[in-house]
Ligand binder design. Structure first.
Ligand SMILES: Nc1nc2c(c(=O)[nH]1)N=C([C@H](O)[C@H](O)COP(=O)(O)OP(=O)(O)OP(=O)(O)O)CN2
Ligand SMILES: [Zn+2]
Length: 118
């Protein structure tokens, strides 16, 4: 199996609902998110690619236009604000465009990440 990955970033605020009242993540705060999309294929196309990296540009545009410098609870809803939920949302978005999509990783900080990989 061949695998490729590309990293994207955006900045946004969120608030995690359903936490204890004294949990800091229940308050509005922000992250410089790093998103990694991974694609996999058993065979390569005529150019020798899983898919040309440049073809992933629409994800850059989606993140810039819809999520960057926005409040995720407003844009995606309260049930799509954890890293795990955001990873699933972005996986579905990518999978609909690029069938080779195999995983999405979401990092809120350099120390933590969540991944959706069916
Ligand atoms: N499984 C998950 N746990 C947490 C998530 C999440 O999306 N999935 N998110 C948060 C908050 O968004 C929080 O902002 C980030 O968590 P945390 O690791 O506590 O970040 P810090 O930089 O504040 O961590 P330090 O240990 O203080 O460096 C919480 N949990
Ligand atoms: Zn957070």
């Amino acid at each position: 199996m061949y695998r490729i990955a590309k990293e994207f970033s955006f900045s946004a605020s969120h608030r995690l609902p359903g936490l204890a009242t004294d949990h800091p993540c229940g308050r509005i705060h922000g992250h410089n998110y790093v998103i990694t999309v991974e694609l996999a294929a058993a065979t390569l196309n005529a150019q020798g690619f899983v898919r040309e990296y440049a073809e992933l540009r629409p994800l850059r545009d989606y993140l810039d236009d819809q999520l960057d410098h926005r409040h995720l609870n407003d844009v995606l809803g309260d049930d799509c604000v954890t890293s795990e939920q955001l990873a699933k949302h972005l996986y579905d978005w990518c999978k609909a465009r690029w069938p080779e999509t195999s995983a999405i990783r979401v990092a809120e900080t350099p120390k933590i990440w969540a991944e959706y990989r069916p």
